[in-house]
Each structure stands twice: as structure tokens, then as C-alpha cells.
Design a protein around this ligand. Structure first.
Ligand code: LMR
Length: 335
């Protein structure tokens, strides 16, 4: 048995490790500008977790001595509903929340939650790279936030504590959603009951039956083990999950032009690498779910069409908030 003082040291070390940022961080030196990057997903094996880790590793080696990035994954610092407020207060300098969580800054971001708008991840990238996508990214600047870019995840799938094959199967069930009015309307259109919950609460809520189901990407469902407490998943590909890489204008303007340029250059490289690997990351999460005993159901074209018909009317509810020109522009990439 360890002497008491050694046990106390061990406890103190493990508490410090639990609170410390991801190991991709460098030990920031006092002369360096520190960027705390907070996110809610796994630190690796996930498109956003891997992008954040790669961004930190690149900055910490290429800009060593000037800028240092500390990554806080798994909601260890903030959850997405709090992180942008913390950023405006200067407590965190970068985050990559799901665009579903940006609606309190501009309702136009609701476009990313419209069900069955984007055919696949590539059509999302084309829209984000278009003039309309760039203009949309700039629409939060008057709120003191700067969207430096978009990071990818992938298509969302449904899961529940019973098989979901037709839209009627979802009727009466409680589904966890992100804090998004569009996602709320989407589940109401299925006659289901949407419940807004922070990402870190989803596993517990599914396990204890606070909610019956949820929607998310394969990478989130696998890395957070949601599939273990669900009957199965339905490969609906009904929506997309994508992120905004956000900083505050105040922090950004405090950097030198050279620092801003170097960070933008590294971010662009990491973003394009992340786009190149996000699909494979979700595919491997899907395979891992199946090999771990999870069930993934696929839909016939007719079955999927029934989901489209049930959920597509949601667009009309939000076309004024988003702008029908923007919806048209986004849908043109999926034709
Ligand atoms: C969620 O809340 O389901 C997602 O936004 C989590 C994430 O960041 O992928």
C-alpha cells in the first residue's frame, strides 16, 4: 500500500491531468500568445477532434515562441452553449461549435439544419466555398465574432431505442436535439418530442431514458458510445453537421498582421486536410459501431422518400429567417 503522502500526490496529479488541456498542447511559454481552443468532442478519431489537434500541433511547431495553442476537448472547458459568451469575455480565444448553435447570432445559419438540403459533404463544401457561404461566415462580425473558416464532420443519422424505418416509427418518441429551432421543427414534423440538451449530457439521457433517441454523425455516435444505449441506427443521411471556426474580433485584432496571416495559412491547410479525411473518419466510425455489436439499418429509396416527405415541409417555416435566395443557392450544389 502507498504511504498517505504518495497517495495524496497521485490524486493531485490525476486531478491536474483531468483538468489539463489535450496533450497536443505545447507547454506555453510566458512570452507566447496563448490560444485556448475549446470544443466538445473526442480529441482523436473524430473530424473536429483531429482537426483541432492538428491545428495545435502545427501552430505549436511552426509558430513556436510566438503563438501557442492549448486544446480543451470533450467539453472540459465549456460546452457549446457557453463557449461563445466566454469568447466575447476573452476567456477562450478559439472554438469550433456546430453551426446549429450559432442561431442566436444570426438566424441565417439555420440553413445548415434544414433537413435533406445537402446531398453529401461535398455539396456542403461547395456552398461554404461559394461567395454566398463566405458572406454568411461574415454575418457574425457585428456581434464581435469572426468566423475564420468552416470545419467538416458529415451526414447525420437517426437512432432510437426502437427500430426507425418509417417516419411513423419516430412518432411519440423523445429525441435529443442541439439548441436549434429548425431541429425542433424537424422532430415536431415527425410528431416526436424534441429535447434540447448539451452534447455532454446525451449519453446519460439516452441511457436513463430521459430521451428515446437522437441524431448525429457516425463519428459522434461512435466516439461517445451512443450506439451502446440505442436499439440501432438508421442511415438516413437527413442532415449535415458542420462547424464554424470562431474567434473574437477583439482577440484577432490584437494580433500582428504576420501572426494573423500565419494562423490563416495553417488553418487553411488543416481545413483542407480535414475535408480530405472526414468521410473516411465517419466511415470507420460506422464500421466500428457494427463491429462492436451495433445495428445500422439502411433504407430503400422509397423508405427514404417517406422521411423526405415528412421533414421537407420544415423549409417553409424558416425560409423568411434564412432568405429564399440563400436556400436556392445552397440547394444548387446538390442538384
Ligand atoms: C452536438 O451537440 O451534437 C454536436 O454539435 C457536437 C459536435 O460538436 O459535434
Amino acid at each position: 500500500m502507498l504511504p498517505k503522502y504518495l497517495t495524496a500526490i497521485a490524486v493531485a496529479i490525476s486531478a491536474a491531468v483531468a483538468l489539463s488541456p489535450d496533450t497536443a498542447r505545447a507547454n506555453c511559454d510566458s512570452g507566447e500568445t496563448t490560444i485556448k481552443l475549446s470544443h466538445v468532442v473526442a480529441a482523436s478519431g473524430h473530424p473536429k477532434g483531429d482537426a483541432a489537434t492538428a491545428f495545435a500541433a502545427a501552430v505549436n511547431s511552426e509558430l513556436n515562441g510566438r503563438i501557442c495553442v492549448e486544446v480543451y476537448p470533450n467539453s472540459t472547458l465549456y460546452d457549446d452553449d457557453k463557449v461563445l459568451e466566454a469568447m466575447l469575455l476573452g476567456d477562450v480565444q478559439m472554438a469550433a461549435p456546430s453551426l446549429s448553435k450559432m442561431e442566436k447570432y444570426t438566424k441565417r445559419f439555420r440553413i445548415f439544419d434544414l433537413p435533406f438540403l445537402f446531398r453529401d459533404a461535398e455539396s456542403v463544401y461547395e456552398f461554404q466555398d461559394s461567395a454566398a457561404g463566405a458572406e454568411l461566415a461574415r454575418s457574425v462580425e457585428d456581434k464581435g465574432l469572426l468566423m475564420l473558416g468552416y470545419w467538416p464532420n458529415g451526414m447525420k443519422q437517426m437512432s432510437a431505442n426502437k427500430p426507425l424505418v418509417s417516419p411513423e416509427d419516430a412518432s411519440g418518441l423523445k429525441f435529443r436535439i442541439q439548441s436549434s429551432e429548425v431541429l425542433q421543427a424537424q422532430f415536431e414534423a415527425l410528431d416526436a418530442s424534441p429535447q434540447k440538451l448539451a452534447f455532454k449530457e446525451v449519453y446519460g439521457a439516452l441511457q436513463t431514458g430521459v430521451v428515446d433517441g437522437q441524431e448525429n454523425t457516425y463519428s459522434n455516435i461512435y466516439t461517445k458510445k451512443f450506439f451502446e444505449v440505442q436499439d440501432g441506427l438508421t442511415e438516413s443521411n437527413h442532415g449535415i453537421l458542420t462547424y464554424g471556426v470562431v474567434t473574437s474580433t477583439e482577440f484577432w485584432n490584437s494580433l500582428s498582421a504576420q501572426d494573423r496571416g500565419d494562423l490563416e495559412r495553417i488553418l487553411a491547410r488543416v481545413t483542407s486536410e480535414s475535408r480530405a479525411s472526414a468521410k473516411a473518419s465517419n466511415l470507420s466510425a460506422k464500421e466500428n459501431i457494427i463491429s462492436s455489436g451495433g445495428t445500422v439499418r439502411t433504407l430503400t429509396a422509397a423508405q427514404r422518400n417517406a422521411w423526405v416527405n415528412a421533414m421537407r415541409p420544415v423549409w417553409d417555416q424558416f425560409s423568411d429567417d434564412i432568405g429564399s435566395d440563400l436556400i436556392e443557392s445552397a440547394s444548387s450544389f446538390s442538384n
